[in-house]
Design a protein around this ligand. Structure first.
Ligand SMILES: [Cu+2]
Length: 69
């Protein structure tokens, strides 16, 4: 399992947090997601054999948020 923190721009409320959380959680290989609105982060624990950083990033961006590396 790998843990990585993504910096997410554009989240403004709890709905945004839920949208990002649900989008990432829906990916196969993701074990856990913890999104912090104030810190603008999404801490994701995932199986690198099943899902990539890039795929997680894409899922967040598909919801309309920007990921800063
Ligand atoms: Cu919102």
């Amino acid at each position: 399992m790998v843990q990585k923190v993504f910096n997410v721009e554009g989240m403004s409320c709890s709905h945004c947090v839920k949208a990002v959380t649900d989008a990432v959680k829906a990916l196969d290989g993701v074990a856990s997601v913890k999104v912090e609105l104030d810190a603008k982060t999404a801490a994701v624990e995932f199986d690198a054999a099943k899902v990539s950083d890039a795929r997680i990033r894409e899922a967040i961006e598909e919801e309309g948020y920007e990921v800063r590396v």
